[in-house]
Design a protein around this ligand. Sequence first.
Ligand SMILES: *Cc1c(COP(=O)(O)O)cnc(C)c1O
Length: 359
Amino acid sequence: MLDIKITRTAAPKAKPEDESKLGFGKIFTDHMFVMNYTAGQGWHDARIVPYAPFQLDPATAVLHYAQEIFEGMKAYRTADGTIQLFRPDCNAKRMQDSADRLCIPPIPEEDYIQAVKAIVDVDRDWVPHSDGASLYIRPFAFASDVGLGVHAAKEYIFCIICSPSGAYYAEGINPVRIYVEDDYIRAAPGLTGFTKCGGNYAASIKAGELAEEQGYAQVLWLDGVEKKYVEEVGSMNIMFKIDGKVYTAATVGTVLPGVTRRSCIELLKDWGYEVIEGKLAIADVMAAARAGKLEEVFGTGTAAVVSPVKELVWKGEHAYIGDGQIGPVTQKLYDTMTGMQWGRLPDTKGWIVPVEKVY
Ligand SMILES: *Cc1c(COP(=O)(O)O)cnc(C)c1O
């Protein structure tokens, strides 16, 4: 159990009046959770303090060598006012796996969950009320040692900030066009693809910008060795429904093990679908499209839940999916997941964790 010291702000900010204009990750709540790590002492000084900038020495390790990891999750407000989290244990576990790969001292799972609950509780009035809007939670940890030289740091900061964010599909669910990246890669065996680390994103920005310039919403990444098998799309996992079966890349080191991915797979299996986690060649996806068997394609991730794809382009060949609208299985996953998250459907899976009022 962490002993969390709470210092409330003397100057609370005005809450956004128009929740339809929240957007994503633009405004932040009144407080943040912070905890420090010092070699020999472990994690210490867990505290909730007013949201404020960090003061960092220009030689702080993270600014030079990117020893940093993060997580992404949401708090949802139900009709009866309960504030709840979705499978926070999965995020806690994943942060430990990321920490291990980046040589960052792990944060015990129960401490991670306690810290998330505490900051959401203190700022619970910031959890949006309108349909589809939620409080986005961003835990992150970074090397805060001062000095140049590449080695594991001896000091770290773990912080959690929260951002009230608008409904992802405020204008309805519009399927997107995806560019299959054939030049740049996101991950390769032995690298950090399975972790949520800032470095993965830094390396992916260029491909994303180039795809956007050409009118595509996201990049679909192929495996980093042969550039043959589908792996992920942007910051989401991706699934393909081909001739009745659902295919997705296995999470074997190069693919981020998404909580949404895992939850969708469990639901699909409950509903009787065969789900194949393994290698799926992009050539076979294009062939399925030509044969009229590429029924649905969708990304999965916390921000959007599911993001239907209507078109893929690979080496100049275009594949069009279904009739360009969200497919029935994608829609059912979206309705079921969001139903549980916002408390409209019973939590039949034990995935929901309420945030009790303590502070
Ligand atoms: C966060 C993330 C996902 C989705 O994970 P969720 O836990 O479902 O939000 C997928 N791919 C990448 C690269 C990510 O960073």
